[in-house]
Write a protein that binds this ligand. Structure first.
Ligand code: MN
Ligand code: MN
Length: 459
């Protein structure tokens, strides 16, 4: 590159092309902790549990609404085991310094069991499912699945379910039609070929001895009764989901990438949380939100549309004797969510100059939404300008990004809900290949770049 082009042109560059040996080592080492996190935290409940374990190791304490919030203290608030707030109170005046917020989500697309899931047909026993979030249904057939969740029994006992992750566990499975008989199926569109009602999970094939009728279903219920003390009616008060049983693995001969289930959005949740836990800063007040329900519109009392973040900021302001409206007006937020990485196998869906490129750093999206930016937060030039200066100061490699071609579709994040509180917010996250597939791919370089960006933001 000439001096003039170096000075005048904006170019995205792979971090792997410029990183020295030490940086590459740091990138790879950081990814090991992440792989462990996504293996043990496949659902929002498991992510909350693991998030609390990590926070407690760093001296964070449980917070209860109404408790006084002390300067210098570190807290977490566990909202119904599905949504976690981890926060640290700094020494600066929050009416001037504001609160720095990073909001990521810990729910991922999956198949939830229906409330009456169990049935038997033709010597097989199945669980009926209702898919959660945006999935391409055909991708969920013929792969090993695990069952995760909780059953609240009639007697009130809560039984944790986690089957299919241990190498000695059985796994579960969704049937597909053999190609030999798929002439009619193959004529259908990808969206129609596997209807939602055919996403039934195969869970058994052996009858109870000496029983007539649905003896295979009865045998499955017998095994579940032995293991969890449940009856069929206990599924009425259960939340169990089928997720891919596969573990996170390095992808490629050079191990530059990570394949795994639910990078969206644990690939932003983990760096957001570890940035806060690793940061030695004591001046700024920081909240990391790990939200639930983003994949179905941030609804419910564990999603970002609830008033909890506002309530928590109000409690922090009240404890410091500050005006919460003033605090909110000077607070800033990174909505930490993934972006679609440019994929040369599907060129037609992307506009290359404005797509995030794999390994070129955390992707900042000024706006999301669909069609004419409908449903978008559209962050201001001033706020992005401020972030640019912070990232430049701290040497964070980042890139701009927009989700695919203008007329092809789109997506949203939690940014718009946080902006309603009079807070400046923009999306920043990791580019993903095959987003929402049972097994997605990300670059270790982008994961580490997001971690450095979050560190720079909170310090
Ligand atoms: Mn997401
Ligand atoms: Mn998503």
């Amino acid at each position: 590159m000439s001096e003039l082009s170096e000075k005048l042109l904006y170019e995205k560059k792979s971090i792997y092309r410029t990183a020295d040996a030490k940086t590459k080592e740091d990138i790879f080492a950081y990814a090991e902790g992440y792989k462990h996190f996504i293996d043990v935290a496949k659902t929002e409940r498991e992510a909350v549990k693991e998030g609390i374990a990590l926070a407690e190791k760093k001296g964070y304490m449980p917070y209860k609404f109404g408790d006084r919030i002390e300067v210098g203290a570190r807290y977490y608030y566990n909202n119904r085991n599905k949504n976690l707030f981890v926060f640290r109170i700094g020494s600066e005046d929050i009416e001037k310094d504001g609160i720095r917020i990073i909001a990521a989500h810990i729910d991922s697309p999956r198949l939830d069991l229906k409330q009456c899931p169990v049935y038997e047909d033709s010597e097989m026993c199945f669980f009926k499912t209702h898919y959660y979030g945006g999935i391409k249904k055909y991708q969920w057939t013929t792969i090993p699945l695990a069952l995760h969740g909780v059953i609240v029994r009639a007697d009130g006992a809560e039984m944790i379910v986690n089957v299919g992750e241990d190498d000695t566990d059985p796994v579960f499975y969704i049937n597909d039609l053999l190609p030999h008989l798929a002439q009619e199926q193959s004529k259908k569109t990808l969206g129609e070929a596997i209807p939602g009602e055919s996403l039934n999970v195969l869970v058994g094939a052996m009858p109870v001895e000496g029983e007539e009728g649905d003896a295979i279903k009865l045998n499955v219920l017998r095994i579940l009764n032995e293991k969890y003390g449940i009856t069929e009616a206990d599924f009425l008060s259960a939340e169990i989901c089928a997720v891919p049983a596969a573990k996170a693995r390095d992808v490629g001969f050079d191990r530059a990438l990570v394949g795994g289930y639910g990078h969206d959005d644990r690939v932003c949740s983990y760096p957001a949380l570890t940035a806060l836990l690793d940061s030695p800063d004591t001046r700024h007040t920081v909240i990391v939100v790990l939200a639930d329900k983003e994949e179905i519109g941030s609804e419910g009392n564990t999603g970002m549309q609830s008033y909890l973040l506002e309530d928590l900021m109000e409690q922090i302001a009240a404890s410091a004797g500050k005006n919460p409206r003033v605090v909110r007006s000077v607070s800033t937020c990174l909505s930490a969510d993934v972006n679609a990485a440019y994929d040369p196998n599907f060129k037609d869906a992307f506009e290359k100059a404005n797509s995030s490129m794999l390994s070129c750093g955390a992707a900042l999206s000024k706006y999301t939404g669909s069609r004419g930016k409908s449903g978008s937060n559209d962050a201001s030039a001033e706020y992005i300008g401020r972030l640019r200066r912070i990232f430049a100061q701290k040497g964070v490699v980042w890139q701009s990004a927009e989700l695919g071609k203008v007329d092809l579709g789109g997506g949203g994040t939690v940014a718009k809900y946080i902006s309603k509180m009079n807070i400046d917010v923009v999306d920043l996250g990791v580019p993903v290949i095959s987003m929402h597939a049972p097994y997605e791919v990300i670059s270790k370089a982008d994961l580490y770049s997001a971690y450095l960006a979050f560190l720079a933001f909170i310090e």
